[in-house]
Design a protein around this ligand. Structure first.
Ligand SMILES: Nc1ncnc2c1ncn2[C@@H]1O[C@H](COP(=O)(O)OP(=O)(O)OP(=O)(O)O)[C@@H](O)[C@H]1O
Length: 256
């Protein structure tokens, strides 16, 4: 579904990504983990076509990414909703851009608004919603557009721990129902284990793939999985890799 082939990305003299090779299969839920600055957001921006690789290429669904790719839907950490549109209008926005008729737009928006538990807020404006609710709207909006790939850049980072847990469970259920291909960035190992089917740990300066781990925790999955022995085993394995990478990146930043 996604093929990242020898991709490097430099900003001026600074090499943010160095020869990254990675394939994401259809229906995989891939989580990218890594120290701050290792190039996770850059990689997502390349997949969706916001940025262009300095070398190498990215192929999504058989087509090389050259411009902003309509087959990818992105959810950002900041909610990025249109404040002057209601929840329903925000969710239907992409459909309107595609030229889909009003009745079908309304029905599709309604379906996804219900899926993310906001049925009673369809006519509310974003400013009347909590952070968690806004992020649900962002997810409904991406789902309504029915992209082949959903990219999420730390979507729950600004939320409190309880809201975050609820949204994680919802996202797992949406993934299980929709079978979408998902790439998700987080700093949280627990979040990575809760959500993913596979985890890629990136190293910093320059950003490279340090470790690729299959998450074999069973589906259907809910928050109880965090109490299992396998969860703790995987967490220990990932933590030692992440810790080594964080130390390495801090050392490479220290003044000499
Ligand atoms: N447009 C840009 N111009 C210059 N440098 C950039 C640009 N975008 C990213 N960088 C640099 O590239 C490196 C990787 O940034 P990126 O945001 O991809 O990292 P990240 O792993 O997502 O970090 P974080 O976890 O803190 O969000 C950073 O050192 C950043 O300063």
């Amino acid at each position: 579904m996604i093929s990242i082939e020898g991709v490097s990305k430099s900003f001026g003299d600074f090499k943010a990504l160095d020869r990254v090779d990675m394939k994401v299969a259809k229906g995989e839920f891939l989580v990218l983990l890594g120290a701050s600055g290792c190039g996770k957001s850059t990689l997502l921006n390349l997949i969706t076509g916001f940025e262009k690789p300095s070398t190498g290429r990215i192929v999504v669904n058989g087509r090389e990414v050259k411009d902003i790719d309509p087959h990818c839907g992105m959810v950002f950490q900041q909610y990025a909703l249109f404040p002057w549109l209601t929840v329903a209008e925000n969710v239907a926005f992409g459909l309107k851009m595609k030229g889909i008729g009003a009745a079908e737009r309304r029905a599709t928006a309604q379906r996804y608004i219900e899926m993310v538990g906001l049925k009673d807020f369809a006519n509310a404006y974003p400013k009347a919603l909590s952070g968690g609710m806004r992020q649900r709207v962002s997810i409904a909006r991406v789902l309504a557009n029915d992209p082949d790939v959903i990219l999420l850049d730390e979507p729950f980072a600004a939320l409190d721990a309880m809201t975050r847990q609820v949204l994680q469970e919802e996202l797992v259920q949406i993934y299980e129902k929709s079978g979408k291909t998902i790439v998700f960035i987080t700093h949280s190992i627990d979040e990575a284990l809760m959500l993913s089917t596979r985890m890629v740990i990136m190293s910093a300066r320059p950003g490279r793939v340090a470790c690729d781990i299959v998450n074999d925790l069973p589906h259907p999955r809910n928050a109880d999985v965090q109490l299992s022995a396998r969860f703790n085993e995987l967490k220990t394995q990932i933590w030692s890799t992440v810790q080594a990478e964080v130390m390495r990146s801090m050392e490479s930043r220290a003044p000499h």
